[in-house]
Design a protein around this ligand. Structure first.
Ligand SMILES: [Zn+2]
Length: 283
């Protein structure tokens, strides 16, 4: 039986031939899978060993080939499954060097985030609950991985959701990590909002290459969704910055007029203030 003859198991969505996505419980993080003739590439590993076990079991429904993994960025729901995978045959986990550095430096601090969903990971007790740092690094130029019959490209386009977001292009599908978010507001916690707008612009410039974009959370989208997200974010950043510039104004008054819900509007405001303070401190 060839790959294309197989029934796609229910928890995977086939977004293109040999390219799949599956949504994990908890934060609704999307895990991607690209299956070549020689190996498969898994994009983002889940929030702990329980999610990683379910992900790998899902992979094994589709392929018995060796698996390489990628972490798009250093947020717990995208990489806390690394230790489980490394203990179960995955040899390489790719990320940007800044991502690997942050996981090494700050991974332990993120454990409490998963208390409700992955209690063993939160408590650092039990098997495969270590913080596992990616061992293959993308630095500067894009990296092509040949999976056999299909090649994928790992690349960084600039700061955005974090300072180190990694994108994965496979066929005409682009896995965008949390640079793109569907069904919820973008998460501004560790973001660089002004650069994020620019990075989204660079993504939309790739529309001849990629027709489907898989967001870090939510349903796969077309490139025009990314354009809409970019325009909305550009407006939100402009409104917030102008409120910050008017020293007499209470900047929190900008929150209700931002195009996001109160939580991420506040997160955007807090983040822009923090970045402005950093800039001021450096002067
Ligand atoms: Zn994230």
């Amino acid at each position: 039986m060839t790959q294309t003859d197989q029934q796609v198991p229910q928890d995977w969505l086939e977004v293109a031939p040999r390219i799949y996505v599956r949504t994990n419980p908890g934060w609704g993080m999307n895990t991607g899978l690209v299956i070549g003739e020689e190996r498969a590439l898994l994009i983002d590993t889940g929030a702990g060993p329980a999610q990683a076990e379910a992900i790998l079991a899902g992979v094994r429904q589709l392929t018995g080939l060796p698996v390489t993994a990628v972490n798009t960025h250093a947020h717990f729901d995208h990489y806390f499954g690394n230790a489980y995978l490394l203990a179960h045959g995955v040899e390489d986990i790719w990320a940007t060097s800044d991502c690997a550095g942050l996981i090494a430096a700050e991974g332990e601090k993120q454990r409490q985030e998963v208390a409700a969903v992955e209690p063993a990971m939160a408590a650092a007790t039990g098997a495969h609950t270590g913080i596992a740092v990616p061992n293959r690094l993308v630095d500067g130029s894009p990296t092509d991985l040949d999976l056999g019959g299909i090649s994928v490209t790992l690349f960084h386009l600039g700061r955005g959701h974090t300072n180190h977001d990694l994108l994965v292009g496979a066929g005409d599908v682009l896995f965008a990590g949390d640079l793109v978010e569907e069904g919820a507001d973008p998460n501004f916690g560790d973001s660089f909002p002004k650069d994020w707008v620019r990075t989204l612009g660079k993504i939309t410039a790739l529309e001849d290459l990629y027709t489907t974009v898989v967001p870090g959370h939510g349903k796969p989208v077309a490139m025009d969704f990314v354009t809409t997200q970019m325009n909305k974010m550009r407006t939100a950043v402009a409104v917030t910055r102008s409120a910050m510039d008017q020293a007499s104004t209470d900047v929190t008054k900008a929150v209700p007029i931002l195009p996001y819900g109160p939580e991420q509007s506040r997160a955007l405001l807090t983040r822009l203030r923090t970045l402005a303070r950093w800039k001021w401190l450096k002067q």
